[in-house]
Design a protein. Structure first.
Length: 120
């Protein structure tokens, strides 16, 4: 029982132990930092576009707004906006990703060179 307590205490202490950050961990963090804003935007904008498309379809089919005389044209308009949003999502993602990579390219390349130099 005593050994289990000691092992458990050591495992918990190891989680809180300050370890020096390696260059590879720093490189991964920089890479994630470069890509994360583009990914967040793409997911958010894609979900909004898909929801708009779905609302437009519901309006066209009369599932919502059935009593409105202009539900069908409104549904077509909302659906077209949703289709447009979904269609431009990937090109916008690519532009944001390129901007993020450009912003952190120098730091990432320098760190990668240091890692490579230390390897050989």
């Amino acid at each position: 029982m005593k050994n289990l307590d000691v092992a458990y205490a050591e495992r918990i202490a190891a989680e809180y132990d300050q370890k020096p950050a390696s260059k590879l961990v720093a490189l991964k963090k920089l890479d994630k930092k470069a890509k994360l804003p583009a990914e967040i935007f793409a997911y958010t904008f894609g979900v909004v576009g898909a929801l708009l498309l779905g609302v437009g379809m519901c309006l066209c089919m009369g599932q919502i707004g059935a009593g409105l005389a202009f539900a069908m044209p409104l549904g077509v308009a909302v659906g077209v906006v949703g289709i447009a949003a979904v269609a431009v999502n990937y090109p916008l993602y690519q532009k944001l990703l390129a901007a993020g990579r450009k912003k952190y390219a120098f730091e990432i390349m320098e760190l990668a060179k240091e890692i490579k130099a230390g390897e050989s």
